[in-house]
Every structure is written in structure tokens, then in C-alpha cells.
Write a protein that binds this ligand. Structure first.
Ligand code: F6P
Length: 463
């Protein structure tokens, strides 16, 4: 809950992010279908009256909306050249920066920084400049501008030059790489990225650990963070929204369908992710297979509900990972399935109501990323759980800082330890599970999105 005395920002507030709060699909009959997104930023910004959201047009529908002048009040979509956007988003943001911050490179052969990389980097600069120019145009005198994420790492520096009067914040929703890994990047690019963010008055992160990694990179590469203040705001789950939404009729319907699929008397291990390399879905499936292999008593008595929603399918490595998830799930079902028991129920079609249904139903939630800025699934499950849910949580998820004490924590690379953790979670006594879930829910909702957002604005106003 946002307190009555929460500070109300007087000046105009602008948010900038690659993905905006609304997207458009072009229907066959030529009309446009608007889809509104959720998430922490959308809820957070709702706490502010005078606001503007600057984002990129991401597909044909968005571009058509811009051309037709269709849009939401307070949202400006930038129609950046599609090739420039593809280079910046797929090429640099998701294939380089995402990989650096999540430690995803197979370093004997990757990364390779060649002429193609330099070409894409030039597009990344153009794309960041388009945001900086639009923000400079839209921002009133002394406005606060909150720039989001690695896609827009150069914007604070560029905007500072155009509009020294603005208060600029940058927020990283990802982890930050440790300095030795960050230094895989070409020296000039590493410097440019750090200086870009340091163009902000304040750079903020989801956890102390990621903030310290950023400070470490600045110290070693630039000699310090200069005048930029560094902050930490651990975004929490939106309890009011989730508890309401999780009890709507469509969620109840999906619960009934899932119960049917699981079968009577069986326990459930639930995971919900974008199919994203950092989420470690394949090792999770291997751990489940090891559980069935080493502890035959679970055969026929547990079902692993895995929701793996496709993401970034323009990139071959993501498509291959998606196929690998499917292959491994199939192989577990082939090895252990029986006429009346399917060990893994894998769904790949994004369905928020069904995710909530699985959260409510889960006996165990498996959240085992290799590395994750926060991981909101770990925070959402305990909030909506019907009968208490044991959480198996990677120590490399940002959420570990707040939830580690009441979760069963694992090294995400250790498949055997993850299998043992699943067993421990499945056999946790009912009263212990309920008590832990209560404490997890309290920790998970300590900083709801609106307060998270207002805290950042307040901190930006200081100093
Ligand atoms: O910080 C990571 C992030 O930008 C999140 O805000 C979001 O969950 C995810 O990546 C979405 O990625 P994309 O916009 O590439 O689908």
C-alpha cells in the first residue's frame, strides 16, 4: 500500500524504456488492436499525475499506429528505422549486453567483436540518441526523467548534454556484470556504457549486489562513479492486484483444467518463465529427471508444470533453447510417463490467468536462474498461493537477497543439489511450509511497485 503521506512529485515525470505500456497488432481487416502491458513500471507510474512515457515502436502494428497518429495519451512511441532498431535491440542489447550481465557467453568461442559488431553499435548509438532527443523535446523545465535498462544505457549522458536542467535517473532491471566479465567488452565500449549511465544524477539497481558490481566496474575502468549517486530499490510484488486477479473466474477455470491434467492426490512442482537462457529451464528439467531417477517413490506422485513462454524469437540462440526445452521435457515423459501419468506438463502459450492458477496450486515453485536481476515469479507465488508453497530458489536471483532465508536455496548449476532441494521441498511439513510462505509473502510485498517508483523519484530529488 502506498502511504497517505507518500511524497507527490511536483514536477513532470518522464519514463523511457524500449518496451512501452501498450502495443498494437495489425488485424487482417486493417484495424489496430491495442494491448496494454502490466508490470512494475506501469503500476509504479500510475502514482504520478503529470507524466509521459517514451518508448520504441516494436513491430508493424506499433509503426502503423504511429503513422496513423493512433496512441494513448501520455505515451510517445518512437518510429525508429526498423533495421536500426533490430541492430540495437537484437544485436547489441539482447546479444551483447544481456549476455554480459547474465554471464551467458561460451567464452572459448564467444564473444567476437568485429566489424559487424561495430556496425550494430553505431545503430545502438542512433537508437539511444533518438530517445535522448525525444525526451529533450518532451520534458518541461526541471522535469524528472527515469531511463530504464540496458537498452538505453547511453541515454542519460546524451540527455544531460542536451538538457542540463533535467533530473535524470537510470534504473537497471538486470544484474550488473562483475568487472572481470564486463571487461570482455572492447575497452572503449565498456567506458562509453559506464559514462552513459553516469550521465544520470542517480543510477539505481534492484539489489545491493548489482549496485556494488557497477561501482566496481566504475572504480576499475574509470576511477570512480564521479558525481552520480548510486541507489538500490528492490521492486516487490503488487499484492493488491495479484490477490484480486488470482481469484477471477478465468483463473478458477484454468485451475480446474490444471487439476484435471495433474490427476488426484499428486503434488505439483511449478515453474513459470519466459523461455530465456538465463532462466535455466533445461537444468531444471534435468533436476526433475534426477529426482524421478534417484527417488522412485515420486514416480506417479508428482507432476512438473512448466510454463515456458517464447521470448526474443528473432534470435537463433533463443529459438534453439526453446526447442531444447521441448526436447528435454519430451524425453522425461518418454522415459517415465505411464498411461495415466504425464511427469512434465509443458505449456508454451503465454497465458497470465493460467500462470496465476499454477501459482495458487503449486506445492513447490522452482526458480533456478543462472542469474536474474530480481525474478518476480519468486515473489508472486507466495502472495497468491492457496495452501502454502515451498520455494526452491537460485542464490543467483536478485530475489535471493530478500527471500533467501525462507527458501530452499540452490547453486543453479548443481543439478544433483537441485534434485535434492526439490525432494526437500516436496516433503516439507505442512505447518512449516505455511509459515515460510507467510514470511516469503511479507518479504515479497515489502516494496510494492507504486512505492518503488515514488522512492526513486524522491531520491532523485535529493542532493
Ligand atoms: O530487465 C529485463 C527486461 O527488460 C525486463 O524488464 C523484462 O522482463 C524483460 O527484460 C523483457 O524483455 P524483452 O522486452 O526483450 O521481451
Amino acid at each position: 500500500m502506498v502511504s497517505e503521506h507518500a511524497p507527490q512529485p511536483a514536477a513532470q515525470v518522464l519514463v523511457a524504456s524500449n518496451r512501452g505500456p501498450v502495443s498494437y497488432a495489425l488485424r487482417e481487416d486493417g484495424t489496430l488492436d491495442a494491448k496494454r502491458g502490466g508490470g512494475g513500471l506501469v503500476s509504479g507510474l500510475s502514482a504520478v499525475d503529470d507524466k509521459m512515457w517514451v518508448c520504441a515502436a516494436l513491430g508493424d502494428g506499433d509503426r502503423e499506429a504511429v503513422r496513423r497518429g493512433v496512441g494513448e495519451p501520455g505515451v510517445r512511441m518512437l518510429d525508429i528505422d526498423a533495421d536500426v532498431h533490430a541492430d540495437a535491440y537484437n544485436g547489441i542489447a539482447n546479444s551483447v549486453l544481456w549476455f554480459v550481465h547474465h554471464l551467458l557467453y561460451q567464452t572459448p568461442v564467444e564473444p567476437v567483436f568485429d566489424a559487424e559488431f561495430r556496425r550494430q553499435w553505431a545503430s545502438f548509438e542512433t537508437y539511444n540518441r533518438a530517445f535522448a532527443e525525444a525526451l529533450a523535446e518532451e520534458a518541461g523545465e526541471g522535469a524528472a526523467v527515469l531511463v530504464q535498462d540496458y537498452h538505453l544505457a547511453l541515454v542519460p549522458g546524451m540527455l544531460r548534454e542536451l538538457r542540463p536542467d533535467l533530473r535524470i535517473g537510470h534504473f537497471s532491471h538486470t544484474p550488473w556484470a562483475p568487472v572481470d566479465y564486463f571487461r570482455l567488452l572492447p575497452d572503449d565500449i565498456a567506458e562509453q556504457l559506464l559514462r552513459g549511465i553516469l550521465g544520470a544524477d542517480r543510477a539505481a539497481f534492484l539489489t545491493r549486489r548489482w549496485a556494488d558490481a557497477f561501482i566496481g566496474c566504475c572504480a576499475e575502468i574509470l576511477g570512480g562513479t564521479g558525481h552520480t549517486r548510486i541507489g538500490v530499490h528492490g521492486l516487490g510484488a503488487d499484492a493488491d492486484f495479484l490477490r484480486g486477479r488470482a481469484h477471477e473466474a478465468d483463473v478458477d477455470e484454468r485451475m480446474a483444467a490444471l487439476r484435471e491434467q495433474v490427476g488426484p492426490g499428486r503434488k505439483t512442482i511449478v515453474r513459470v518463465d519466459r523461455t530465456e537462457l538465463s532462466k535455466n529451464i533445461v537444468r531444471g528439467l534435468h533436476a526433475y529427471r534426477a529426482l524421478l531417477d534417484e527417488r522412485p517413490e515420486w514416480r506417479g506422485r508428482v507432476v512438473h508444470i512448466a510454463f515456458a513462454y517464447p521470448s526474443r524469437q528473432d534470435l537463433a540462440v533463443y529459438r534453439e533453447y526453446t526447442a531444447e526445452v521441448q526436447r528435454v521435457a519430451d524425453s522425461v515423459n518418454e522415459a517415465y510417463g505411464t498411461a495415466d501419468w504425464t511427469p512434465v506438463v509443458l505449456h508454451v502459450k503465454d497465458d497470465f490467468a493460467r500462470s496465476l492458477a499454477a501459482y495458487r496450486l503449486a506445492d513447490v515453485a522452482l526458480v533456478n536462474p543462472i542469474r536474474d536481476g530480481m525474478n518476480l515469479v519468486a515473489k508472486e507465488v507466495p502472495v497468491v498461493s492457496d495452501h502454502g508453497c515451498a520455494l526452491v530458489l537460485s542464490r543467483e536471483a536478485g530475489a535471493y537477497e530478500e527471500l533467501g532465508a525462507d527458501a530452499i536455496t540452490v547453486n543453479p548449476y548443481d543439478v544433483s543439489a537441485t534434485a535434492a532441494a526439490l525432494h526437500e521441498a516436496l516433503t516439507m511439513a505442512d505447518d512449516e511450509r505455511t509459515a515460510r510462505t507467510k514470511r516469503l509473502a511479507a518479504a515479497a510485498t515489502a516494496l510494492p511497485p507504486q512505492q518503488w517508483f515514488l522512492d526513486q523519484l524522491e531520491a532523485l530529488g535529493q542532493g
